[in-house]
Write a protein of this length. Structure first.
Length: 737
């Protein structure tokens, strides 16, 4: 059989899909990447042109043995990983099979290799691309198995569909029902995924990619480290604010007992107290474990004056980062999540024991407080010893001290002085990310008196140093701005380019209050609708596929029980009750449509008793005849009359219950099958073919209706093969083809 071109394309598309997904998510060595890619396209080119690759089998056997030895060495000494070694072996097996494709069995083996490549990919990626590749692989595999079936039938059982009319098999109904079968397989796969209990963590260690490098969140940060990542669009975290449904990327307003509280969002990370030689350092980094009560971590605070403040809830999904920092707005009081341990340093930064290997999700409840009115009136602050020792330290600089005096000299209160320094920096300096390194070794003095341009690190550092020269305790804070608002998912997407530094100033009653001297920059563009939608789909994929857990299955089971239980009207899910009637109708009609489609598919497949490849009015004449004859063979087999290997259909029919009326019916049906299958096409092909098929089916139905009259098999009643010739003792007569 000459392999149909659609079969060739599908076989190679399956290999390409699995191999491409593997290379995108795993670190495949460049030589294997090149060899695998060349092998796929070379094999496709050769098979489309009917050319083979004359590579001796002995050479392939030798290469296979050598590569297996390499596989052992790879696992033990080179990659030192069973997964990586297995991936390299799978690529070699794919290449070997691509150059030796001959039979249907070879195609099936190549599909299995591709499946294992896709399976290996699942251990190294959680991206939505893998889900799309899986759906594509499932659709292509359904078609590949159909062509495998046809090719296998020709190789083992003889021609079923003539090669000159092979294209008649893929009719419009056939194409439709095959794709419906593919969709059904996908639905079944999803049902298995959602309802089979999820236990264990997998045979192989999960590898969700290398943690993303994040500058500015270590104990010592050189000035200028944040500048480069301000151009990096890589996602860092996604944040949902359940209390606030609008766009909070600029500022948000929450109600308090006194008056509405307007504030800007800053996701706090690290704090720094000491500046020297162009670098900031956290010198009070001793960690204290945070106490966990129930499911909540209770964050300790020296000041818990919440008379005019509110709690802001945040649901944060943090990407894998190479830092132990947990980010949250302002000062979190509580935290919840699948986190085993949290520690806090003296500056208020929250730390995990180790950098996370994968995404983590947690909830933070932060106390948002405005500046206390009493603090606004203070003309002088008597700082505690721990504040004096760490947050008033400054390198002597006559020029900076003089500048601080000029800015704050005529002002009375501490608050006025802080606001004046902030305003001076925001109004007299230009924001610019492209700042050359300082040649003098004093980057902040260069910023203040020479270049007069810089970015957030320069602005915030200058403000801290000027305030300290004025005798006001302050510190530098690194973290993130709120980023971009996603209108589909109602969350904030925070990227590396949203990294930011700002200032916190100490007040006796209010604690540390945020002041940001950096002027607004152009920043990144808002979410394009397409990008926002794609990112939202990725978050749904991550939440309901990657992080789908046994707890989600329990919730889903409870929802189903409440909906279909005896007292469903009483226990129905509150979310469904609150849903507007239009959405309820959509869900109901969609469920009804799926039920009707499933019932229709079931009846259609019942009608197509011979399989999906034939039986309808638009199927080929030969295929319909073959289906009917196979039904006849099954009917006879139930009575013990089984066709022997090498026995022709007419020889088989003559040997069925000789002398019984059933024998005549069997011979008549077989003769008609011969005429339809192998006879010359008549002039009025369509009309005559349908008449012959109808007659064949009528004979078959007659036998099925009178199946009780069919004698059971007895060796003494059936002629055996002639011992001299090995052929049937019953010779063909005029009834034969």
């Amino acid at each position: 059989m000459k392999t149909p071109k659609p079969s060739i394309w599908i076989t190679h598309l399956i290999s390409l899909t699995a191999f491409a997904t593997l290379t995108l998510s795993q670190s495949v060595p460049l030589p294997l990447l090149i060899i695998g890619s060349v092998a796929i396209f070379a094999s496709l080119w050769g098979r489309l042109r009917g050319r083979s690759f004359p590579i001796p089998r002995r050479l392939w056997n030798t290469l296979t043995v050598l590569f297996f030895l390499f596989f052992i060495a790879d696992v033990l000494w080179i990659s030192q990983s069973l997964l990586d070694g297995g991936i390299h072996l799978l690529i070699y097996l794919m290449v070997q099979k691509l150059f030796t494709l001959k039979s249907a069995k070879d195609d099936l083996q190549l599909h299995l290799i591709s499946f294992f490549q896709l399976l290996a990919t699942a251990d190294g990626t959680t991206d939505l691309v893998y889900g799309l590749a899986f759906v594509c692989f499932l659709m292509l595999t359904t078609w590949a198995l159909i062509f495998y079936h046809l090719k296998r039938e020709e190789e083992v059982e003889g021609r079923v569909i003539p090669s000159d009319r092979g294209s008649e098999v893929v009719t419009t109904p056939f194409f439709f029902w095959t794709n419906l079968l593919t969709a059904s397989a996908l639905v079944i796969t999803l049902l298995i995924f959602f309802f089979i209990p999820r236990i264990g963590t997998g045979f192989l260690n999960s590898r969700q990619g290398t943690p993303r490098r994040l500058s500015g969140f270590s104990e010592r940060v050189q000035l200028g480290s944040i500048g480069p990542i301000k151009l990096d669009p890589t996602a860092v975290m996604r944040v949902t604010l359940p209390q606030y449904q609008g766009d909070p990327s600029v500022s948000i307003s929450l109600s308090t007992s006194a008056s509405p509280l307007q504030f800007s969002i800053y996701f706090k990370g690290m704090t720094f107290d000491r500046y020297a030689n162009g670098a900031w350092e956290n010198t009070i980094s001793e960690m204290t474990p945070v106490r966990k009560v129930g499911t909540r971590f209770q964050i300790p605070h020296d000041l818990l004056i919440a008379r005019r403040g509110v709690l802001l809830e945040q649901e944060i999904s943090l990407e894998p980062l190479d830092t132990t920092i947990l980010f949250a707005v302002a000062r979190p009081l509580f935290m919840e999540g699948r986190i085993s341990q949290i520690s806090i340093d003296a500056g208020g930064a929250l730390h995990l024991p180790n950098p996370p290997r994968g995404k983590i999700s947690y909830q933070a409840f932060s106390l948002i407080e405005p500046l206390d009115p009493e603090d606004e009136k203070l003309t002088k602050i008597s700082y505690p010893k721990e504040i004096r020792d760490h947050y008033l330290q400054v390198e002597p600089s006559p020029r900076m001290e003089a500048l601080a005096g000029r800015i704050t000299g005529n002002l009375k209160t501490v608050y006025q002085k802080v606001v004046a320094v902030r305003g001076f920096l925001a109004g007299n300096y230009r924001y610019n990310l492209d700042v050359p390194p300082s040649r003098s070794g004093h980057p902040i003095e260069d910023f203040l008196f020479e270049t007069k341009e810089g970015y957030c690190e320069h602005y915030a550092s200058a403000m801290v140093l000027l305030l300290r020269h004025a005798g006001i305790a302050s510190r530098l804070v690194s973290g993130f701005l709120p980023g971009e608002w996603n209108p589909f998912g109602k969350y904030l997407l925070v990227r590396q380019q949203d990294a930011h530094t700002w200032v916190e100033v100490y007040f006796p009653r209010s604690g540390w209050i945020i002041f940001d001297p950096t002027p607004p920059s152009a920043g990144g563009q808002p979410f394009a609708l397409v990008d926002a939608y794609i990112d939202w789909v990725k978050t749904r994929w991550d939440r309901y596929i990657i992080h789908y857990s046994i707890l989600d299955q329990i919730s889903l089971t409870r929802l189903g029980w409440s909906f279909f239980g005896r007292e469903s009207s009483k226990r129905i899910n509150p979310a469904y009750i609150k849903m507007n009637p239009r959405n309820q109708r959509i869900i109901g009609n969609g469920a009804l449509l799926m039920i009707v489609a499933a019932v229709g598919l079931w009846f259609y497949l019942r009608r197509m008793t011979g399989g999906l490849f034939a039986g309808g009015r638009n199927a080929t004449r030969d295929a319909q005849a073959t289906v009917a004859y196979r039904r006849f063979l099954k009917l006879m087999a139930k009575k013990g009359w089984k066709r022997r290997e090498g026995e022709t259909p007419m020889e088989f029919a003559r040997g069925i219950a000789p002398g019984d009326p059933v024998n005549a019916q069997a011979r008549a049906l077989t003769a008609l099958y011969y005429r339809v299958r192998f006879g010359p096409p008549p002039r009025d092909s369509e009309k005559h073919s349908q008449g012959s098929i109808a007659e064949l089916r009528a004979l078959l139905k007659g036998l099925e209706a009178d199946r009780q009259r069919i004698p059971s098999f007895s060796p003494s009643t059936r002629p055996g093969p002639d011992r001299a010739t090995g052929e049937s003792a019953v010779r063909p007569d005029g009834d034969g083809p």
